[in-house]
Design a protein around this ligand. Structure first.
Ligand code: ADP
Ligand code: ADP
Ligand code: ZN
Ligand code: ZN
Length: 753
């Protein structure tokens, strides 16, 4: 037995065909293969899952009961498994107090530096924390934003009190609060608010005092407290959590209560004392608002003997952020606004600074969203992690990352049932000769499109100004395939996703975001073919179509047609188990008694798309199934829960829905994420099909193989953040390759013809 390898024996999760692999320790291993071949099933659902499970076993039962539960993966054995750290593309939580600075710990180092080297000295590092009462702005409690009442939206100036000038449910005419206004004798109840004197208006908004209110039902005047409109709204309504409100009240609340930058701290979240403290003349909030690439220079210049170690650590961490292609991020950027790829790289920075060794680091396509220019630096960092004595395991498609690997495991050859086997494992030098789909494409890249198509017109975007864009004018040609390129942070998403949908109503954005759906949603329900299939069952058996609905009459009562039962356990994730009544088949015995073409409804939902084409020749069903097969989803089953699809699979499901619909403007945001080189070739074919049907396709992409196939390229840059946001080039891919100013052009040039 080799102790310098992690040995996986007999892995069978999902589609894995009882495979065994060796992962060399202290090396960089890249796992490749087409989408759906089983890479994640091996790396995340088997190796990383087992490492987590074993780690959890080491805790006391008290702690264990409070951790998420991991089932035992379906594998005979995993030997020599070190502790694992998984760096995936899950977004970092939406907590408003979490920023790039706080999650990378760069901001805690900054606090330490300001508390040591700052003038005037104001206290310990807590005094610079917006999440600590000592450092936070009191006005906004460190959120940087405050809620205020928008009086313009709250009142109708053309009306009087009697006419219902106050447009908020609790102030309705005749109600008690309204009577404190109308019965107070302070106002003329028939005078429109617009005609109030300045003094009346001041009382109306900000008054506060005792009055007597005329209340006929109580036989005359009663004492009451009068609060002006704003006074009362601020006391009673502003502190409320909008989620606790319902219906008309909630609508009104959301209309009149607005968030604004905190006037006290101007959005910096910090106390006046913290803001006034300076290091080398710079305030901490000013520095948190700088792009990392600029901040590192400011910190480097700090020459304070007592803070040398903090400065060194801070510079090192900022340099890592820049090296990983994130030099355009500011420390005050809320993590909730980062993309999946940016989130993964931010998390990566946390680990790159760590001195742990002999760990297993697992990455999920770390090149996502990275320009080829930044991929070189990324591979250097992965190698640095390895050279510190760690084992690095990466799921990746990018040929430059694959080329840097010490060891390659190629899973395939196809997706789903046609995959799950090991096509090749060994040094990268042997991959091209292995004869696998990955091997065939590795080193043989498609040449630029020889003849570009002619546009039918153009969509004009004028004066686009947001984030780092400053008055960008650009024409997007219609009836062709346009690639929008540029390094990460250059402004591609801001331009295309922010401005294109505003130009016309027929813009469809096809991205990898989750499909809003219930636990019962599947490809069959999403595409609507299940309705047709139910009708076919009804026609063939004479039973009612509703009998073949899992969430209706025919659904198993034990699990409400889900096939699984969720048991909620206090403090823990819900436990999922197969329903004992239907054994996961989701339907009642009555429903399963009926067959169509020899199959029950449960059998049909278990068919793969490819097999279902043979069973359903009816065009309304077959056409949809064929489109699903065309986008490379022939291996998914009709009833597979949408929640088990990967981002790339979801994107292609949405794409299948759009294919063969003539015309339209389609925006794809990094459609090659999760796709191997051979999948990418298929994708380009589909994009061509949309164009050939009269569509306009715009892709945000770095992938050279896609850019080469475009008719037109718009390159943003030249750099990221402040150094980007301009159109550097517009033209054909061949011309871009000759453009001296474009970083992207350089990579098109270097790709083999
Ligand atoms: P890759 O990572 O290579 O894209 P995956 O390991 O995600 O592939 O998927 C391999 C196969 O297993 C696919 O057919 C996929 O649909 C299926 N699969 C993945 N996750 C689940 C799951 N949770 N339940 C059922 N099938 C799954
Ligand atoms: P790309 O798509 O080319 O990677 P983006 O359009 O995402 O670039 O970003 C362009 C610039 O705008 C970057 O400096 C980025 O940090 C900034 N930016 C993007 N989204 C936000 C946001 N929600 N809040 C603040 N700044 C943002
Ligand atoms: Zn404030
Ligand atoms: Zn059941």
């Amino acid at each position: 037995m080799l102790s310098d390898h992690i040995r996986v024996v007999g892995a069978r999760e999902h589609n894995l065909a009882d495979i065994s692999v060796d992962i060399p320790k202290h090396r960089l291993t890249v796992v490749t293969g087409v989408s759906g071949s089983g890479k994640s099933s091996l790396v995340f659902d088997t190796v990383a899952a087992e490492a987590r499970r074993q780690l959890n076993e080491t805790f006391t039962s008290f702690v264990r009961n409070r951790l998420p539960r991991y089932g035992q993966p379906d594998v005979d054995a995993i030997e020599n498994l070190p502790a694992a750290i998984v760096v995936d593309q899950q977004r970092i939580g939406g907590n408003v107090r979490s920023t790039v600075g706080t999650v990378t710990e760069i901001y805690s180092l900054m606090r330490l530096l300001w508390s040591r080297a700052g003038r005037p000295f104001i206290g310990y590092s807590n005094a610079f924390s917006f999440n600590d009462p000592q450092g936070m702005c009191r006005e906004c409690t460190g959120l940087g934003r405050v809620r205020t009442v928008d009086v313009d939206r709250l009142v109708d100036l053309d009306r009087s009190l009697n006419e219902g000038a106050i447009r908020f449910p609790s102030f309705q005419v005749g109600g008690w609060v309204w009577r404190t206004f109308a019965g107070s004798g302070l106002f003329d109840n028939d005078k429109p608010l617009r005609a109030y004197t300045p003094e009346e208006w001041r009382l109306f908004l900000h008054g506060d005092g005792d009055v007597t209110v005329d209340l006929p039902s109580r036989g005359g005047a009663v004492p009451a407290r009068f609060e002006g409109l704003v006074t009362r709204m601020e006391r009673v309504w502003l502190p409320k959590d909008p989620d606790s409100l319902k219906g008309r009240t909630r609508e009104a609340f959301e209309r009149v209560v607005v968030q604004r930058e905190c006037p006290e701290c101007r959005g910096t979240r910090l106390s006046a004392a913290a803001l006034s403290c300076r290091v080398n003349g710079h305030g901490i909030a000013e520095c948190a608002a700088m792009e990392a690439a600029d901040l590192v220079e400011v910190i480097r210049a700090v020459d304070d003997p007592g803070s040398a170690t903090v400065v060194t650590a801070l510079v090192a961490q900022l340099e890592r952020l820049c090296a990983i292609g994130l030099g355009y991020l500011t420390m005050d950027r809320p993590t909730s606004t980062l993309s999946g790829g940016e989130s993964q790289r931010v998390k990566m920075v946390r680990h790159l600074g760590s001195s742990l060794t002999d760990m297993l680091y697992v990455f999920d396509e770390p090149s996502v969203g990275l320009h080829p220019h930044d991929v070189t630096q990324l591979t250097e960092l992965l190698c640095a992690l390895r050279d510190r004595g760690n084992t690095v395991l990466v799921v990746e498609h990018d040929p430059d990352v694959i080329a840097a690997a010490d060891h390659v495991i190629d899973i395939g050859p196809g997706p789903g049932r046609e995959g799950g086997r090991v096509g090749y494992q060994g040094p990268v030098a042997g991959l091209a000769a292995a004869g696998t789909p990955t091997g065939r494409f590795f080193g043989h890249r498609p040449a630029p499109r020889a003849v570009t198509r002619t546009p039918t017109g153009a969509i004009e975007i004028r004066g686009a100004t947001r984030h780092n864009l400053r008055g960008v004018d650009v024409d997007i040609p219609t009836g062709v395939l346009t690639a929008v390129t540029g390094v990460a942070g250059s402004g591609k998403s801001t331009l295309v996703r922010g401005f294109l949908p505003e130009t016309r109503p027929d813009v469809v954005v096809v991205d990898q975001s989750a499909i809003h759906a219930s636990r019962r949603s599947s490809p069959a329900t999403y595409t609507g073919i299940l309705d047709h299939i139910r009708a076919l069952f009804a026609a063939a058996t004479g039973a009612d179509a509703s009998l073949f609905t899992a969430n209706g009459e025919g659904g198993c009562p034990g699990c409400a047609g889900l096939g699984v039962v969720y048991t909620d356990l206090a403090f823990m994730d819900a436990m999922v188990s197969t329903c004992e009544q239907c054994h996961g088949r989701r339907f009642t015995d009555e429903a399963l008694r009926h067959r169509l073409r020899g199959r029950t409804i449960a059998d049909v939902l278990g068919l793969s798309v490819g097999d279902a084409i043979e069973v359903f020749p009816e065009p309304r069903v077959a056409d949809v199934l064929r489109r699903l097969a065309d986008v490379g989803l022939g291996y998914v089953t009709l009833g597979q829960p949408l929640s088990t699809l990967s981002g790339g699979e979801r994107q292609r499901l949405k794409l299948a829905d759009e294919l063969d619909r003539p015309g339209g403007v389609y925006v794809f945001d990094e459609p090659t994420t999760g796709l191997s080189m051979s999948d990418t070739a298929t994708l380009v074919g589909l994009l061509d099909r949309l164009v050939d049907n009269g569509g306009t396709v715009v892709v945000i992409e770095h992938n050279v193989d896609v850019v080469n196939q475009a008719d037109w390229v718009i390159d943003l840059g030249p750099g990221a953040g402040r150094n980007g946001g301009r159109v550097v080039f517009q033209g054909t891919p061949a011309d871009l390759a000759r453009c001296g100013d474009s970083v992207t052009g350089r990579y098109l040039r270097s790709s083999p013809p």
